[in-house]
Design a protein around this ligand. Structure first.
Ligand SMILES: CC(C)(COP(=O)(O)OP(=O)(O)OC[C@H]1O[C@@H](n2cnc3c(N)ncnc32)[C@H](O)[C@@H]1OP(=O)(O)O)[C@@H](O)C(=O)NCCC(=O)NCCS
Length: 176
């Protein structure tokens, strides 16, 4: 994918970020992409308050991908301790997926976490039902750590689960 510029998000980007993330993760629009949470969760993935808190936190940032004035992708990076980075909220506009932008955003996230926080390892958390997504993360060098995290049932800020067996598998890769 050519003509894409990646830069850090600013407060003015929040409405576009919110629309992009919801369209990638949830609802019918997300089904135009190759992987979505639409079968697992309804409700929201994030909201403007959550995004505002992220942008105000020196230990987190959102990288955004633009084609002209159009926001087409994003990824959240976070510092999770000495030498440990995390990325999440990885989103590509459903109609532009499977063209390499997701991989490019993951690489940008790795570079930025090395530069900002001298990260040596990166973690992600994934719903185990998402087998094709996990296979992709394995091709990107991530391996399960054996740890799991509970899904925040009862907190609609994270969505409305369609099933009662959700949890997260933790995956990690070195950054060398
Ligand atoms: C995950 C996501 C960011 C990937 O973005 P993308 O632009 O499609 O990523 P890329 O084009 O770089 O890579 C897509 C990969 O999926 C593979 N792929 C494409 N279509 C596929 C399909 N139908 N089934 C399985 N794999 C597929 C491609 O071969 C490619 O693998 P490769 O990099 O090893 O060649 C995007 O699908 C998305 O926004 N999904 C919804 C939000 C989400 O689930 N985020 C991650 C949550 S942890």
């Amino acid at each position: 994918m050519t003509d894409v510029a990646i830069r850090e998000a600013a407060t003015a980007d929040i409405p576009a970020l919110h629309a992009l993330i919801e369209s990638a993760y949830r609802g019918e629009a997300s089904r135009a992409g190759w992987t979505t949470e639409a079968d697992l969760l309804d409700g929201q993935r994030t909201d403007a308050d959550d995004l505002t808190d992220i942008l105000a936190d020196p230990e987190q940032a959102l990288l955004t991908a633009w084609r002209g004035d159009n926001l087409i992708g994003c990824v959240l990076i976070a510092r999770r301790g000495e030498g440990l980075g995390y990325f999440g909220m990885l989103s590509v506009l459903p109609t532009l997926q499977a063209a390499g932008l997701g991989r490019r955003l993951v690489e940008a996230a790795h570079d930025e976490m090395r530069r900002r926080w001298s990260a040596k390892r990166v973690r992600i958390s994934v719903l185990p039902q998402r087998d094709t997504l996990i296979a992709w993360y394995e091709r990107l060098g991530y391996r399960p750590t054996g740890e799991t995290l509970p899904f925040p049932y009862g907190d609609p800020r994270f969505g409305l689960p369609k099933r009662d067996d959700l949890y997260f598998v933790v995956m990690e890769r070195p950054l060398d």
